[in-house]
Design a binder for this molecule. Structure first.
Ligand code: AMP
Length: 331
């Protein structure tokens, strides 16, 4: 059976981008594949969280994974830092990752632009740690959003390079995966680009947002003064709202507003109200479960401990074999 790995950085709550880009696919995949889902707390250290924030964020993501439908009976859910073998594989892969290729990564360039005062080595080697996350379980499928496509290509490069160096077809090639065949990019509410935690206040709708908050965020979303010609192309901010509607609303609702846009009869107030209500409906079951699961500390502890044991079984087997391939020997 093919192995699947995916993770979410523990930098806070899950938003609709995380859900539709990655988690929703995980939930479907756990019935068909050997699945490992982890909370990426090593990765979150690039932004230097305080010890209190670090644990609180890991817990929140664990709660939201479970609320979104990931089932610890079917899949292995674990916290990355509970599996030190990942850090060891990261070290080995770093020896074959070159400065030039790491500097060319789009996400690295974006981060340097956004935070020029914190360009640390962890940020530069982020794709190497991500490759270690995937290769540690010899996974072939990785459910991620479109933003991660380049990182997957780098994971294949590092795995293949290891194989070539040691003349051993050890690591299989991992590919980005989505059930719809196309990787998803969920837009944000700020009129430009994707939904993300670091894209500024109001851009992201979180699974845990109360209905009133969702309504406020959507009503404030960037739009324009409306179409003036029939069938005119949509500017980015409007296209983004339509893309969001395509994701959360029934197709008939989307088509209704698309027709109104094309005939210049659309009223953005009504359009946004409908979008907000459909987001509320889409997130309601998860919001309720988040509140329930958050109260059950014993369950959360059990899930994390059981997940760590299962993940380490697989990871320690890989590390044993990798050490042997590299040539480490006990005296
Ligand atoms: P991150 O929150 O950056 O750690 O991303 C975790 C997962 O969510 C990755 O698989 C991303 O590809 C996915 N993701 C994050 N933002 C979006 C988005 N706006 N659209 C689609 N997928 C996303």
């Amino acid at each position: 059976m093919e192995t699947v790995v995916s993770g979410i950085r523990s930098t806070g709550k899950l938003h609709l981008g995380n859900f539709y880009g990655a988690v929703k696919n995980f939930v479907q995949m756990q019935n068909e594949f050997n699945c490992y889902f982890f909370i990426a707390d090593f990765h979150s250290l690039t932004t230097h969280p305080t010890p209190e924030d670090l644990h609180g964020n890991v817990k929140q993501v664990l709660i939201e994974y479970l609320a979104a439908g990931i089932d610890p009976e079917k899949a292995t859910i674990y916290v990355q830092s509970d599996v030190p073998e990942i850090a060891e594989l990261y070290l080995y892969l770093n020896m074959n990752a070159y400065l030039g290729e790491l500097e060319r990564s789009t996400s690295f360039k974006d981060k340097v632009r956004a935070h020029p005062d914190n360009v640390n080595a962890g940020l530069l080697t982020y794709p190497v740690l991500m490759a270690a996350d995937i290769l540690i379980h010899k996974a072939t499928k990785v459910p991620v959003g479109k933003d991660q496509e380049q990182h997957l290509e780098m994971a294949r490069t590092f795995g293949n390079r290891f194989n070539r160096l040691y003349n051993n077809e050890y690591f299989p090639e991992p590919f980005a995966f989505n059930f719809t065949e196309k990787l998803v990019k969920v837009p944000g509410l700020d009129g430009k680009g994707k939904m993300g935690k670091s894209e500024g206040e109001g851009n992201a709708v979180y699974l845990s947002d109360e209905p009133e908050i969702i309504r406020k965020k959507v009503m404030r979303a960037v739009s324009d003064s409306g179409p003036t010609e029939e069938n005119q192309a949509k500017p980015e901010s409007i296209q983004n709202l339509f893309d969001l509607m395509k994701i959360v609303s029934p197709l008939s609702t989307y088509e209704h507003f698309d027709n109104l846009y094309n005939t210049c009869e659309i009223r953005y107030g009504d359009f946004k109200k409908q979008l907000a209500e459909d987001m509320i409906i889409a997130t309601a079951p998860m919001r309720e479960r988040i509140n329930e699961i958050a109260k059950d500390e014993t369950y959360l502890r059990q899930v994390a401990r059981f997940g760590a044991i299962k993940a380490r079984e697989s990871a320690s087997k890989t590390i044993r074999e990798v050490r042997e391939i590299i040539g480490f020997k006990n005296f």
